[in-house]
Design a protein around this ligand. Sequence first.
Ligand code: TYD
Ligand code: MG
Length: 461
Amino acid sequence: MARDGALYVCQACGAAQSKWAGQCAGCGAWNTLVEELTSRPPGALAPSRAAKGRGLAFEGLQDETPSPPRIATGVEEFDRVCGGGVVPGSAILLGGDPGVGKSTLLLQVAASAARRGAACAYISGEEAIEQIRSRARRMGLADAPVRLAAETALRDILDGLKREPLDLVVIDSIQTLWSDAHEAAPGSVTQVRAAAGELVRLAKTRGVAVILVGHVTKEGTIAGPRVIEHMVDAVLAFEGERGYPFRILRGAKNRFGATDEIGVFEMGDAGLAEVKNPSALFLNTSGERAAGAAVFAGIEGSRPVLVEFQALVAPSAYGTPRRAVVGWDSGRLAMVLAVLEARCGLGLGDRDVYLNVAGGLRISEPAADLAAAAALVSSALDQALPQDCVVFGEISLAGEVRSVSRMDARLKEAAKLGFRRALGPAELERQAGIAAAPVGRLADAIRRLRDEDWGDGDAGE
Ligand code: TYD
Ligand code: MG
């Protein structure tokens, strides 16, 4: 039996139970239950003497006072993902793997906003002041009027923030904060929730924008940022593939804007550089495109991005063929393989299949189906696509190639980067100097690939 007041809290999902178990009953994760001492279960209401509430004062939807303008931090890629700047009084959670560059990004954001006149503070619980200073020097930000503090005690941070009139506060990271009102260890669900709750309240009551850093961890010892996602107004994810300098900022939730925008950065010696025009970034422009490569003309957020899909279809050495995919959804790969087999008679069931999105980008658009299929077919037939060809289109289970959004923008971007033809849905029309190779069904696309029939009469115009 648990001791009085002891609760076992899952560090992955935050579910609490009175008995320890190897597996969390809430999310099914193993070895994530940790004892946390609390006087009452988190979230329970304090017992109140007055049984009667004060009642509600209802308000209309319309508001006479115009909302204050957003804080443009000046880091445009960041501002755009936030929905056009940071909303005063909002709370933003920035999640990401350790070492991806969260501290670097937010120091740049704070410095840039401070240079533009916003009152900014950067509170670090992870690094000493001297460390942050030397990083700022290296990044050429030392002269920015950012108020710097190294602190982990929540009470001191709240007191300090109440005294100072600020526009933007960065807390790096939420997992290092520690509240003396709770006995649980720093980084535990109880502490992380308490600290986030207090800071979000401070943001709302004082109109200061608060950006919280949250490490994403797989181990159960530190609570993941997921347990506070519902408290904040926006959740941003900072991603990067190991070995690539590119970092992508994505919105996962945003109460003040769309979530499909991405911000692209490149990590260098002087911090993160904004990549304003990422369309050519993920393309291998030098050298021949080999069999198994297909250039996808995609849309990320509001911007077109061209990226290379690379496939390798090889004889399998073992009984169970391997399927490995990087940068794309493995479920969608399975679907495309099934459609190739069932609708096009191209069975790859006994072969190893590898699919990779070049440059470390993660593609989630359904429009990439045809590009993945083209790369797979090209590798299976050992037949390269034309060098100047882009591909896009959604594939249905019936084997049709479906139309996708914003085809004109995709074609325009492809033309800008020197492409001259496009393989895509039947609705595809010649535009911006790009010859259309429309295909109604996936089988038609395979035929074009196999017979090298790209309708060149059209391209020569
Ligand atoms: P950091 O912002 O500390 O990551 P996080 O806060 O997400 O844990 O960045 C860590 C990595 O970034 C580190 O491995 C070094 C690299 N880096 C650069 O390459 N150039 C730079 O100018 C800076 C500041 C960091
Ligand atoms: Mg950090």
